[in-house]
Design a protein around this ligand. Structure first.
Ligand code: ATP
Length: 302
């Protein structure tokens, strides 16, 4: 096959516990990921001349933020797979972006996971998902989770994923900001704010795991947490009023997604999700308001 097309979901963090910075500059994380039905699509076409190239279809506002060269995480993923497998062919990647760029939803990591799977297919390199995991981990902390999707615990710097016993399907509303936030800048702010405090080793709370085992959205709403909240709010104070708006609309829980600035609201059902979305859109607090469901599976062929 010379062309393969895959879809890859966005991720959210139901909790994001962040520990003290390690000597390698990373922070140990204890997180629970959930994949949402907000998908980027990546098409890979073999280039017999051996060239690696990428083109991205996205909104006018986001275009400048998505690199076209090897800085694009999807192309970096293709280059890594080629290097490790000794393939000589190149690939032309075409990405249709739906996941907001720089939103704390791991869009770039998602495209990297998608590119690994699509290139593995068109180059006939035949690696299993399991065999793609170490390459995914080299590319970024969120990439291994996006290969599989669903709900999983992330340890290490997020790259060691293990399954979680969970039931239920959850309704989310995403308040997307006009301008992305740099993950590095948020972690730097976290380090600045915590420099005179003892930062404990991060843990996933029993309350969160119990809520997922029970499939109880109300308990899950109460158990959502994010240790980067203070840092993200310090850089973007206006996110506080976005979170409050969702809570006024009786969201079961409100939390910043990853390093932000996307705000996440948990709803009890489809109708409640629409109520929250209307409240946010009506207040004009976000550039975009998106309703999504999770969990969904990771990278899959279309
Ligand atoms: P993180 O995974 O660090 O939480 P994020 O979800 O906040 O990131 P992304 O959408 O992944 O944000 O984009 C972060 C940066 O990664 C962008 O500003 C962009 O420069 C770079 N980038 C590289 N490749 C891609 C890609 N395929 N799609 C989007 N951004 C990309």
């Amino acid at each position: 096959m010379t062309t393969a097309t895959v879809r890859v979901p966005a991720k959210i963090n139901l909790c994001l516990g962040v520990g003290p910075v390690r000597v390698d500059g990373f922070h140990p994380l204890a997180t629970v990921y959930q994949a949402l039905d907000l998908h980027d699509e990546v098409r890979a076409t073999v280039d017999d001349a051996g060239t690696l190239s990428v083109a991205t279809r996205t909104t006018e506002e986001e275009r400048a933020d998505v690199p076209e060269g090897l800085d694009n995480l999807a192309l970096e993923a293709a280059a890594l797979l080629r290097e490790r497998t000794g393939v000589e062919a190149g690939v032309e990647l075409s990405i249709r972006k739906v996941i907001p760029v720089g939103g704390g939803l791991a869009g770039g990591s998602a495209d990297a996971a998608a590119a690994l799977v699509a290139c593995n297919e068109v180059w006939g390199t035949g690696l299993s998902r399991h065999e793609l995991e170490p390459l995914a981990a080299e590319l970024g902390s969120d990439v291994p989770f996006l290969l599989h999707g669903g709900i999983a615990i992330g340890g290490g710097r997020g790259e060691t994923v293990s399954p979680v016993l969970a039931r239920g399907s959850y309704h989310w509303v995403l308040g997307v900001a006009a301008q992305g936030l740099s993950t590095a800048a948020v972690y730097a702010e976290f380090d600045r704010l915590t420099q005179d405090r003892e930062v404990p080793e991060p843990e996933v709370s029993d309350a969160l795991l119990a809520a997922l085992r029970a499939g109880d959205a109300e308990l899950l709403g109460q158990a959502l947490s994010n240790d980067l909240t203070e840092a993200a709010l310090s850089l973007r104070p206006e996110l506080r009023s976005t979170l409050d708006l969702g809570l006024e609309a009786e969201a079961l829980g409100a939390v910043i997604s990853g390093s932000g600035p996307t705000c996440l609201f948990l709803a009890s059902d489809e109708e409640h999700s629409l109520d929250i979305a209307i409240a946010l859109a009506g207040a004009g607090a976000c550039a975009d308001v998106v309703q999504a469901r999770g969990p969904v599976s990771g990278v899959r062929f279309v």
